[in-house]
Write a protein that binds this ligand. Structure first.
Ligand code: FAD
Length: 553
């Protein structure tokens, strides 16, 4: 039976080790981990900082002892693999506790070294009050600083998952927080207009959210406060005093060992692997945040640092090292993040990526109740679906709201993985009773709208076209006048409520295109159908005023 050596003892590495042992009682398995902990819950770190997870031990899912007892894996912590000798199939290990080195042989080597937080070369960034969050030690240091320094104000740079979670953790601890984001939106897996819901929520909670604002320099001053503070210079010329800084602008694959060993690195900087998780050396496998993987939708190489792919890849690598033939089938990038009371989630490709890759798409928006609206507790699910307008193939989906977001995106992830089209999506039958869903679920509704477009029963117009209407178009708001007062309206719109339209249609010109909108697109579609059935040229704003409104947030 083979001798398997694993580098990295967390998501991908520990999954591979456990799977390898389940397949073989006789394989020799050694797992090296540079840090003191293995198999810890990196995804839980921000939630211990916030106080949601009270007990730090809950983050330590396994110890070297428990891993040995259950899986008979020889776990060596504080042991950094510093080189790989591919010819002789050995690795050199640096024992951090006594600063010694030794070599260990392997039949198969698995690299699961993860990814490093990116710290850009900003002047003054290396100071005692700037942190990133990758592991338990980082977490401990952050908590220690919060508790010892009596932090009043914190700044988080980067509006990705970790940045958003850290922002919320500070807020939960009663610390005033600024979130700096260089681009025009947080949460890059969703499109700008969907991120608008998160922007509104973040600001409503009192966070100082600054979009289109980058950090350009940091000045540490030990004099102004007992433990010092920081003055941040920002790209817009502003400066900001803060007590602590978190850098969360993304991660980059840890590829140094692989590079030095001469393994192929892909064009976007991850270790190159085939579908069996083998690197350019068939005896060396690689998984997780360190690798490039195939994008499920485009079949192009991509880097998507998420725990699900790392765990599944670890399992596949173990299968293949032990003589099975298993292939990774691509990453959709299914992801979700809690932003205060909201959940925001996505799967597949977003519109920005489709445009960048020149992929043909159409999109629909639906805003509807998470369960029957008459049953208490229903919340609006704001849902966006992207699909191929010719074949109907599902390209991606995004959802934001306070309830039922994970369920909708998980369904979409399964539908996409199964290769379903939006035509087939109309027919999916989901659970329904008033506390749980609706007889026509959000997903069915989105599929109906998509099919209306494909079949020519609806001519869409999208929120991003509304500000550029011409003299040949007329904007018609079909909501009730009271709604215009409470919700707001689009400039230059005329208002004829949908229920009066049949009798007032003569007020509309036939030589102009009527651009209809309502609050979410539903009444707009009713009005649109009336108009086209009466010989008007018309389009309906998909997702209605709500999509338009939040695209501006
Ligand atoms: P890791 O789990 O990072 O493990 C790599 C290990 O290898 C590290 O412990 C490192 O010390 C060790 N190592 C590296 N080089 C060597 C060496 N030369 N010798 C010995 N050991 C070495 N993903 C989600 O899907 N959902 C989430 O909610 C989520 N939240 C996250 C929150 C935080 C704060 C962080 C940091 C990550 C989060 N992730 C989340 C990402 C997820 O944790 C990673 O995608 C996943 O852990 C990657 O697994 P991996 O095995 O590739 O790397």
């Amino acid at each position: 039976m083979p001798k398997i050596v694993i580098i990295g003892g967390v998501a991908g590495g520990a999954s591979a080790a456990a799977r390898a042992r389940r397949l073989s009682e006789t394989a020799e398995i050694i797992m090296f981990e540079r840090g003191p902990f293995i198999s810890f819950a990196n995804c839980g770190l921000p939630y211990h900082i916030s106080g949601d997870i009270k007990d730090r031990n809950k983050l330590l899912l396994q110890t070297p002892e428990s891993f040995l007892a259950r899986f008979n894996v020889d776990v060596r912590t504080m042991s950094e693999v510093i080189s790989i000798d591919r010819k002789n199939k050995t690795v050199t290990v640096h024992t951090l506790l006594d600063d010694t080195q030794y070599t260990e042989s392997y039949d198969f080597l698995l690299l699961s070294p993860g990814a490093n937080p990116i710290i850009p070369p900003i002047a003054g960034i290396n100071n005692p009050l700037t942190y990133s969050l990758r592991n338990i030690m980082d977490m401990d240091r952050i908590i220690q600083t919060i508790e010892n320094n009596k932090i009043n104000h914190a700044t988080v740079v980067g509006g990705g998952f970790i940045g958003l979670e850290m922002m919320e953790a500070f807020h939960q601890r009663g610390i005033k927080t600024t979130l700096l984001e260089r681009s025009d939106q947080v949460m890059m897996p969703v499109d700008r207009e969907m991120a608008g819901f998160a922007h509104a929520e973040i600001r409503e909670k009192g966070i100082d959210l600054r979009l289109n604002t980058a950090l350009t320099a940091v000045q540490f001053s030990a004099e102004t406060k007992i433990n010092g503070d920081l003055t941040l210079s920002l790209s817009n010329g502003d400066s900001l005093k803060t007590d602590m800084l978190i850098m969360a602008i993304g991660v980059s694959p840890e590829t140094q060992l692989a590079k030095e060993a001469g393994l192929d690195i892909g064009l976007i900087g991850g270790i190159k692997t085939n579908a069996q998780m083998q690197t350019s050396d068939p005896a060396i496998f690689a998984v997780g945040d360190a690798i490039e993987e195939t994008d499920f939708v485009t079949q192009q190489q991509t880097v998507i640092p998420l725990a699900g792919p790392a765990n599944r890849q670890g399992r596949i690598a173990a299968n293949n090292m032990l003589g099975r033939h298993d292939s990774y089938q691509g990453t959709q990038g299914t992801s979700i993040c809690k932003v205060f009371d909201l959940a925001i989630a996505a799967t597949g490709k977003n519109e920005k990526q489709l445009k960048r890759d020149g992929i043909r798409f159409e999109k629909v928006y639906v805003h509807t109740a998470s369960h029957a609206s008459y049953y208490p507790g229903a919340e609006t699910v704001s849902f966006k679906m992207l699909f191929d307008p010719i074949t109907g193939k599902i390209l991606g989906a995004q959802a934001v709201g306070k309830d039922g977001i994970d369920k909708r995106i998980d369904i979409m992830a399964v539908a996409q993985r199964a290769g379903m089209t939006v035509e087939q999506l109309q027919h999916i039958e989901l659970t329904y009773a008033p506390p749980f869903g609706s007889a026509k679920d959000v997903i069915n509704q989105a599929a109906f709208v998509a099919n209306n477009i494909i079949n020519g029963d609806a001519t869409p117009i999208h929120f991003d076209e509304i500000d550029n209407l011409t003299d040949t178009q007329l904007l018609l708001d079909v909501r009730n006048p009271g709604e215009l007062k409470t919700q707001g309206y689009i400039d230059n719109a005329i208002n004829i409520p949908v229920d009066e339209l049949r009798h007032r249609m003569h007020e509309l010109p036939k030589d102009k295109e009527i651009v209809v909108y309502c609050q979410v697109g539903l009444r707009g579609n009713v009005a649109y159908r009336q108009l086209v059935n009466n010989g008007f040229k018309a389009r309906n704003l998909i997702g209605g005023y709500r999509t338009y409104q939040y695209s501006k947030k």
